[in-house]
Design a protein around this ligand. Structure first.
Ligand SMILES: Cc1cc2nc3c(=O)[nH]c(=O)nc-3n(C[C@H](O)[C@H](O)[C@H](O)COP(=O)(O)OP(=O)(O)OC[C@H]3O[C@@H](n4cnc5c(N)ncnc54)[C@H](O)[C@@H]3O)c2cc1C
Length: 452
């Protein structure tokens, strides 16, 4: 049977060049946005039909926001752009010589088996890495996707319910012990939110347990939290967490996770067992598998986190028509040395805009300089009116940093409706200390509702 191919690879004089963008995350979205008025046909391929604002998934995981408020349908974003087509499909491989992508359908939606391009931009992002212990994932969910954030939300809320129903004191203690692994911005934000959930939102909801007695542990292998920030801000963030009731364990490595808890090693002591039924994973990341495929096909180097090394114009060696951007790449600087940029949205967004600009320049027959990242700073929130910010050398903490964090996140959230909804939600929660989305979903019952 002949395979179906959509979009031919060769540009005829009659046809506009076809740019295919893989990934409707931060990088891909910016690339497509900057090409919407260019003389090209754009196809955006994603295995999801929505853009996810990952910086706020932890708020879904703790019931502060609902999924629809941080995700936006890709078709709706580009509905007015006649030269942009959205294709729901998974990219499974590349034929760089034929200039074609291999696609897999996202059930039950059929997809063409191949898609031709003239220029390709790949922004497949990254996944959490369990450092070779994939079995830990079953007990320590992460909050990168909407599905996993909802699973974490159910797990956290179910732990309080289970503690309320548990007569055994030790088991009740295990249900009320929450462990967050990894103290980067996501881990810090998660730990702070769980503490607020326990000490504030849920404090009057139960009759047997006192949620304020929950233990929240934040485990970090490095000797301080938020290692991407200057040490004085790490210290301030740690103090804020302690005020919220979070126990910060730095210099401690997780060596085991199972259904009953977490085992920690330490630099100076022996293994320590912590009984816990609710563990959240916020440690290391690994690049999308698309990075590995591109590296194999082009001979480009990969680093330990699986990122493919792109040239200083973000293209792959020997393939000026293929750009790779965002979390899945490291970039050669003008001296040819590979540089790992922070795995944050502004890097992917700037790279997406840059790739689009290069494509536009080429159409005009112009050259374009190397990619340069403009670091606008670092932000992390800890809880209600508490955050740290390192913006171009200005170090902020407390309310001012928190207000900056709010404005930045509202500004970058996609969709006016979502911005308005999130603003209303945050204002309401600030005044009432509530969290409207405290739902346990996907829970199973042992009976199917029969009358046995
Ligand atoms: C929990 C969390 C919190 C974060 N907080 C912050 C923060 O506060 N500030 C900040 O700046 N950054 C934050 N980040 C990092 C930021 O989200 C990433 O740096 C950014 O999303 C990278 O953009 P990207 O385009 O490379 O990938 P992504 O935004 O991850 O997009 C990748 C896209 O590719 C699609 N895709 C992947 N593989 C395929 C395939 N085979 N076929 C089809 N589609 C595919 C995915 O569905 C996705 O839509 C956070 C990340 C996480 C996980």
């Amino acid at each position: 049977m002949q395979s179906r191919i959509v979009g031919t690879a060769r540009t005829s004089e009659l046809r506009k060049p076809h740019v295919v963008v893989v990934g409707g995350g931060f990088g891909g979205l910016q690339a497509v946005s900057k090409l919407r008025r260019a003389p090209v046909e754009v196809t955006l391929v994603d295995r999801r039909n929505f853009h996810l604002f990952q910086p706020l998934t932890y708020q879904v995981a703790t019931g502060a926001l609902s999924p629809g408020e941080i995700a936006y349908p890709l078709r709706a974003i580009f509905k007015r752009d006649g030269n942009v087509r959205v294709l729901l499909a998974e990219v499974s491989g590349f034929d760089l010589d034929a200039r074609e992508l291999h696609l897999r359908p996202v059930s039950p939606v059929p997809a063409p088996e191949r898609l031709g391009y003239d220029t390709l931009i790949v922004s497949g992002g990254s996944n959490y890495s369990y450092f070779g212990h994939e079995e830990w994932q079953m007990y320590a969910a992460e909050v990168k996707s909407l599905e996993s954030a909802l699973a974490v939300r159910s797990r956290l809320l179910a732990a309080f319910e289970a503690a309320e129903a548990e007569p055994n004191t030790d088991l009740r203690g295990a249900w009320l012990t929450f462990v967050v692994v990894g103290a980067g911005p996501t881990g810090v934000e998660m730990a702070g939110q769980i503490a607020e959930l326990a000490r504030d939102t849920l404090r009057r909801d139960f009759r047997t347990i006192d949620p304020r007695r929950a233990r929240i542990l934040l485990v970090e292998a490095a000797d301080r939290i938020l290692t991407g920030f200057p040490p004085p801000l790490s210290t301030k963030a740690e103090r804020s967490l302690q005020r919220l009731g979070v126990t910060v364990l730095t210099g401690r490595t997780v060596i085991g996770i199972d259904a009953a808890g977490v085992t920690l090693d330490s630099r100076d002591g022996g293994p320590e067992r912590i009984a816990s039924r609710a563990v959240v994973w916020a440690a290391g990341v690994t690049a999308s598998s698309l990075a590995g495929r591109l590296a194999e096909l082009t001979g480009a180097e990969r680093d330990r986190a699986g990122r493919v090394t792109v040239e200083s114009d973000l293209t792959l060696p020997g393939h000026p028509e293929v750009f790779a951007i965002g979390d899945m790449v490291r970039v050669r600087n003008v001296n040819g040395e590979p540089v790992v940029l922070p795995g944050v949205a502004p890097v992917a967004m700037q790279q997406g805009r840059y790739a689009a600009k290069v494509i536009r320049s080429r159409l005009r027959g112009r050259e374009h300089g190397a990619f340069r990242y403009r670091d606008k700073g670092n932000l992390a929130t800890i809880g209600r009116a508490a955050a740290v910010a390192d913006v171009k050398g200005f170090r902020l903490s407390g309310f001012l940093a928190w207000a900056t964090w709010l404005v930045v996140h509202l500004w970058y959230l996609i969709g006016f409706e979502n911005r308005l909804l999130v603003l209303i939600r945050w204002s309401f929660s600030f005044v009432t200390h509530g969290r409207g989305a405290r739902l346990i979903t996907g829970a199973s019952t042992t009976s199917e509702g029969g009358h046995g």
